[in-house]
Design a protein around this ligand. Sequence first.
Ligand code: ATP
Length: 183
Amino acid sequence: MRVGLYGGTFDPIHDGHLHVIRELVSRNVVDRLLVVPAGEPRLRESAPVATGSERRQMCQLAVNSLGPDFTDKVEVNPIEVLRQGPSYAIDTVEAIAATYEGAKIALILGTDAYEKIDQWHRADELKKMVEFVVIDRPDFPGQANLVIDALAVSATDIRSHKSDQIPAAVAAYIKEHNLYASK
Ligand code: ATP
């Protein structure tokens, strides 16, 4: 059993993230995939715009939009959003390891996130506990070990209205909740 952990700010979740999720599941890279929106991410210049609860709900809407073949295998896990204080991947990995005893844990990251891995809290212990699946990102050339023809879209592009590559249900949520100065 291989459990994939796909963490991120997801402010908001977009089609680039969904492409990653679809590829991981349909290629059987993981048996189960946990999408984990971060609470208070470190290593970012500014705090997320949407709250943890809003980002969690957008993740859930996006996962629902994938259809039953995926929803059986993919779940949004609120562990970091519900945790007080900063989110550390190592704490999440330890919690997942206790839940899925004996499973291999794969940490899914884009090349941009993987570049900063040595700065992560308790990075050496984390490296011993997980395998890294590093996804290519066209906008961030780097060392990937899974090439999936990732989409050139970022949450920054969505927040600044440079791209509208998000699922319709997420677009409706953004509009309804007036996020990112939505039009
Ligand atoms: P921002 O623009 O706000 O920095 P982002 O689009 O990079 O956001 P995150 O929530 O920070 O999104 O990303 C979560 C994870 O998904 C990270 O590991 C990131 O590298 C990866 N990722 C983000 N966008 C893509 C994409 N288009 N293709 C592949 N991986 C991606």
